[in-house]
Write a protein that binds this ligand. Structure first.
Ligand SMILES: [Zn+2]
Length: 355
């Protein structure tokens, strides 16, 4: 992809965006039952010079908000506007869900289980179909931004189909410490995009209905790194030391052995040994004797996801533990990543003020 060629125009919702143009487009979708018009805001930066086409989507789950802020900060960087190729960003895909602070659509379906959808299907299916048709099919690459579910936090991590070498290289370029291999057939945007040859990374970080600063910074930096890798943005002059990511061999959830009040002991990002006590559950009907149940790690690993609510039912998923070949190195990288993210005010473009 030589930068000397002129970029091509892109057409979304019947509107043509020519090379050198930035446009905001309202993608019309079904009305609310009050007959209020509803549309998905889409921003398109069509670079003057040829290069890859990339979409970035957030809030496919309407209560997952970190990605909305990641996209705002990304677009604030003037460097991004000088890109090669075409960037299509959709900060809020599930416009229904965000109004209700809900993961779901009004038909109670999960949009990220409704792909590829159909123009004659349920509301979720129609929205999925239109998103695939109007946005995803116009691109070669995509990054889909997510957070943990309500009351759950995720350590910044990339989920991708690592059997595809190009996807793997982009996942590594994102520079978060943990990568999970995942090629599920689950009706997700990532799966549907993959089946039509569009390569998608999924970024998971933080908690639903909250902004998490570390997750947001790592997300902005990761997207910029991927855009550099794709040569949409120039390479850094002096090489920063990228975070060397670790591929998890597998992961599993430790669940509550009993119902009760939970006191977690280990933090997100912590390294845990096999059989280590992760949390204690107290029986609230037995405050005199203080009967306690231990939640223990079945395997050594890193805590990459955690429940934040102290009230648990038996069987609730509490700690998401990832296993690695070299757990010591992976743990050291997570620590270095957390320190760097906390101590770097704006790690993206050195010549720009903090956002
Ligand atoms: Zn999600």
């Amino acid at each position: 992809m030589s930068g000397s060629f002129k970029n091509q125009a892109v057409k979304i919702a019947g509107i043509t965006i020519h090379p050198g143009e930035h446009r905001i487009i309202e993608l019309p979708i079904a009305k609310l039952y009050t007959h209020t018009d509803l549309s998905i805001p889409v921003q398109v930066i069509c670079g003057k010079k040829a290069g890859p086409s990339l979409f970035i989507s957030a809030a496919i789950h309407g209560d997952e908000l970190n990605g909305v802020e990641i996209i705002r900060r990304l677009l604030k960087n003037t460097g991004v506007k000088k890109l090669k190729g075409t960037l299509i960003v959709v900060p809020i895909v599930n416009v229904f869900g965000i109004i209700q602070h809900s993961r779901y659509l009004p038909d109670r379906r999960d949009l990220n289980r409704s792909f590829p959808g159909s123009s004659k299907g349920s509301l979720a299916g129609r929205l999925a179909f239109m998103f695939l048709d109007e946005i995803v099919k116009k691109c070669q690459y995509g990054i889909d931004l997510h957070t943990g579910a309500i009351h759950r936090s995720n350590l910044p991590q990339i989920r991708a189909d690592l059997e595809d070498p190009e996807v793997r290289a982009l996942a590594e370029a994102f520079s978060v410490p943990v990568i999970l291999n995942s090629n599920l057939r689950d009706g997700s945007l990532r799966e549907a995009a993959g089946s039509i040859g569009v390569k998608v990374l999924l970024y998971e970080a933080g908690e639903a209905l909250r902004f998490d600063e570390l997750s947001i910074r790592a997300g902005v930096r990761g997207i910029i790194s991927v855009m550099r890798k794709l040569e949409m943005l120039p390479a850094l002059k002096k090489g920063r030391h990228p975070i060397e990511p670790f591929m998890a061999r597998s992961s599993h959830w430790e669940r509550a052995p009993e119902s009760g009040v939970l006191r977690p002991i280990v933090a997100l990002g912590a390294r845990v040994a096999k059989n280590e006590v992760l949390a204690l559950i107290t029986d609230p009907s037995d405050m005199f004797d203080q009967t306690e149940y231990e939640v223990r790690a079945q395997f050594a690993g890193l805590v990459i996801g955690r429940s934040n609510i102290p009230l648990v039912n038996e069987g609730d998923a509490l700690f998401h533990i990832a296993r690695f070949e070299d757990i010591g190195e992976a743990a050291a990288t997570v620590e270095a990543f957390q320190n760097t993210a906390e101590n770097t005010p704006n790690p993206v473009f050195e010549d720009q003020p903090s956002v």
